[in-house]
Design a protein around this ligand. Structure first.
Ligand SMILES: [Zn+2]
Length: 156
């Protein structure tokens, strides 16, 4: 253990620690990762922790290393998040989340007439873009509808 500053991140023996999550988004991070009551690993999280760069949320998943593809979905709602892979209480890998080029079955299209909102068994699909002015924007691959705000509110 390296001292107090890293205690929050290194306090698990092995697993995944998602750090620097935008404050208040921890529950949405669990949601975007598809973590629900049937998930077997031990999960803990801190909301509104005081970090060096202001308030943040932290999510710890014990005994499980999630895939990069899974974790990158977090960038949709918290582009500043970092992923720490822990083994033997040490951070063996640390990465920033990277926006995926597209996402499937993660966000609901806000166009109610979109085929992905119909009774057809069609998963939503969006291409993902990021611009300075608008931030993260999603374009529906079925109806071209663009979502640039409220991504967190439209998670499936
Ligand atoms: Zn659509």
């Amino acid at each position: 253990m390296k001292g107090k500053r890293n205690l929050k991140v290194e306090a698990i023996e092995k697993g995944t620690v998602i750090d620097h999550i935008r404050a208040g988004q921890a529950l949405n991070v669990l949601r975007i990762l598809g973590i629900s009551s049937d998930f077997r690993a031990t999960i803990s999280f801190v909301m509104n922790a005081i970090g060096a760069r202001g308030k943040k949320d932290v999510v710890k998943i014990e005994g499980k290393e999630l895939s990069v593809e899974e974790l990158n979905k977090i960038a949709l709602i918290s582009p500043t998040a970092t992923i720490n892979i822990i083994r033997d209480f040490e951070v063996v890998q640390k990465n920033n989340v990277v926006l995926p080029p597209s996402v499937e079955g993660v966000v609901r299209c806000t166009n109610s007439k979109c085929i992905s909102n119909s009774n057809e068994p069609i998963k939503s699909k969006f291409s993902v873009q990021q611009s300075e002015e608008e931030g993260v924007t999603l374009r529906c691959l079925y109806c071209e509808h663009v979502i640039s705000e409220n991504i967190a509110e439209n998670l499936l």
